[in-house]
Design a protein around this ligand. Structure first.
Ligand code: CP
Length: 303
């Protein structure tokens, strides 16, 4: 079975094939008739053990645009609440003749564990603080669309790097596509291992903004913090919150990205999030085409 568990173990060629396929699907979903019959005989379960707005809806739309049959599972309203295990839950879903599983889970490695034990294609829709591969694919696809190429482009990932699967997957994808990567945030949210990934590390957000062509801004993940809360949201917004004045002080235009959900007034002010610099809603739009491409290729569309 083929899976998409992370960006770490896929190649630049894999990413380029996903982008090429996504470009075709983007044309499809911009047409009045947005559906293609590509996955007509495939049934996909979206199995979410953590909250989601964008990823869950984007996968569901991608699946429906490909004419797949879709079932949605949310752990909060399921028999997980009665003590059923992850493996039993997924095996019961698969017994209903499901071919692919899109899974979000709070435990790093949960989709890798499933991939070893079940007979279905698995797509990781975010596993704890580990990876969020389709987010990195849609982010890098969106940068490619805006800037033409990632080769030599300077991308700063700013915010809570310590708890961010988006940061990890983005670092792998950006580097494979030839971008230079910087991570920026307070010392407490910059894990030591991140330096070993070959990225620049910066504590001063103004320096990061002066350095980069693209700033991918992340929220503080209070729900994952072990030391509650350091820095506090107020401290974070004071020292790291990005506002229009900071962009106006730069001698160049930079692209602003955010995977969502935004904590407005904390990591990003509305005068930046909603400005002409922002491609945040383009990221969301591209997410559907990129996920269509991933599902199509995993289902055997191409090797
Ligand atoms: N970007 C992202 O993963 O958003 P959701 O948590 O809403 O899916």
């Amino acid at each position: 079975q083929k899976h998409l568990l992370g960006i770490k173990n896929i190649t630049r060629e894999d990413i380029e094939l996903i982008f090429e396929t996504a470009r075709s699907f983007k044309e499809v979903i911009n047409r009045p008739i947005k559906k293609v019959p590509s996955l007509r005989d495939i049934t996909i379960a979206n199995v979410f053990f953590e909250n989601s707005t964008r990823t869950r809806l984007s996968f569901e739309l991608a699946e429906k645009r490909l004419s797949a049959d879709v079932v949605n599972f949310s752990s909060s309203t399921s028999s997980v609440k009665k003590g059923e295990t992850l493996l039993d839950t997924v095996n019961n879903i698969l017994a209903m003749k499901v071919d692919m599983v899109v899974m979000r889970h709070s435990s790093p490695g949960a989709p890798h564990f499933l991939a070893k034990h079940i007979n279905a294609n698995i797509v990781n829709a975010g596993d704890g603080t580990h990876e969020h591969p389709t987010q990195a694919l849609l982010d890098t696809y969106s940068i490619m669309e805006k800037h033409g190429s990632l080769e030599g482009l300077k991308v700063a990932i700013i915010g809570d790097i310590l708890h961010s699967r988006v940061a990890i997957s983005n670092i792998f994808a950006l580097q494979k596509l030839g971008a230079e990567v910087m991570v920026c945030g307070p010392n407490t949210l910059l894990p030591k291992f991140i330096g070993a990934l070959g990225v620049k590390m910066e504590l001063d957000v103004r320096k990061a903004l002066r350095w980069c062509d693209v700033a991918n801004v992340l929220r503080i993940q209070l729900e994952r913090q072990q030391i509650k809360y350091f820095p506090s949201l107020r401290e974070y917004s004071l020292y790291y919150g990005i506002n229009k004045k900071m962009l106006d002080e730069l001698d160049k235009e930079i692209t602003i990205m955010h995977p969502g959900p935004i904590n407005r007034g904390v990591e990003l002010n509305s005068d930046v999030a909603d400005s002409e610099h922002s491609i945040i809603l383009e990221q969301v739009q591209n997410g559907v085409a990129v996920r269509m491409a991933v599902l199509y290729l995993l289902a055997g569309g191409k090797d």
